[in-house]
Design a protein around this ligand. Sequence first.
Ligand code: TXA
Ligand code: MG
Length: 325
Amino acid sequence: MSKENFSSEQEAELEKAVDMLNKGSLVAIPTETVYGLAANAFDEDAVKKIYLTKGRPSSNPLIVHLKNSSDLKLVARDIPNIALILASHFWPGPLTLILPKTEAISDTVSAGYDTVAVRVPKHPMTLALLERLNFPLVAPSANRTNHISPTKPEHVRNSLGENCPMILNGGACAKGLESTIVGFEEEQVILYRQGAISQDDLETFLGHPIENRSGVELQNHSPGSSKKHYSPKTPLFLLDQMDHRFESEYNRIAYLTLRPSFVSVEPHRSLALSETGDLEEAAAQLFDILYLLDEEKFDCIVAERMPEKGLGKSINDRLRRAAEM
Ligand code: TXA
Ligand code: MG
């Protein structure tokens, strides 16, 4: 596949990552969505380390990352036609498919479910890494459970500390939001997690509306579906209309809006997710800004709800969960 031109430093990093993964160690890997904490999907002991390192309940299954869609048959069976159509359009890319699993997928990976979550990520270093391994990688986001997903190597360090043995540096993640997760009922597509591909984009591609079950019922069965998730340590309030009402209660407030539209004075601070109100840029910035605001120890974050269209819906989903106390 890809004949990438990596620097000699990147080559050395890749070789080290290959070696560590072959030995059953964990490596944080860059993807186009967020950094993942990766292990050999076929090595039970390695997979268990992921749950321990993240503090993740064993009831929450992992996503399997493949080097290409031809490998899909190794991990999934009885694949609906529509799943293949989605895979050929969106892979490599931020779409995760929930499919019936094969014997190759252990109950540790699938948390006892008879399904597997699977995608082909789109990042040159991670694709090169997968090419050099003879197994797929399981990789949840490389953060402590319930914390913010990391979109830069320093976020991984911030969230996991020295418990993460190696971070493969692939720079900042282009999309900055986790993959969109869909499952299937016969040939019907069901949306389980809104993410880097918007519901609108999926519906435009399919030519019809799809059922959105994100945040519904799925307590165990899904996607960051526990209400509190993706949370900064700083309390976050989500408003339809920005105003100064919290200033009587909190000394230092960070205001987070889509565009630079809200005026605040010291010691408060206003930040915009995008100069021009672009939702893709806003999505790419969101987690980075939340990590930053946590570090700067504001007393609270007051965030503006995004327009309910395109990636605005995915961003609102994350903001809502971050706002759950
Ligand atoms: O963008 C992403 O998806 C990133 C990168 C690293 O690929 N990964 C990621 O993984 O966000 P994680 O574990 O943080 O979120 C995956 C979600 C989990 O909430 C889990 O519940 C759900 O996928 N999931 C995994 N396997 C599933 C299954 N068999 N059925 C339903 N949900 C599943
Ligand atoms: Mg996660």
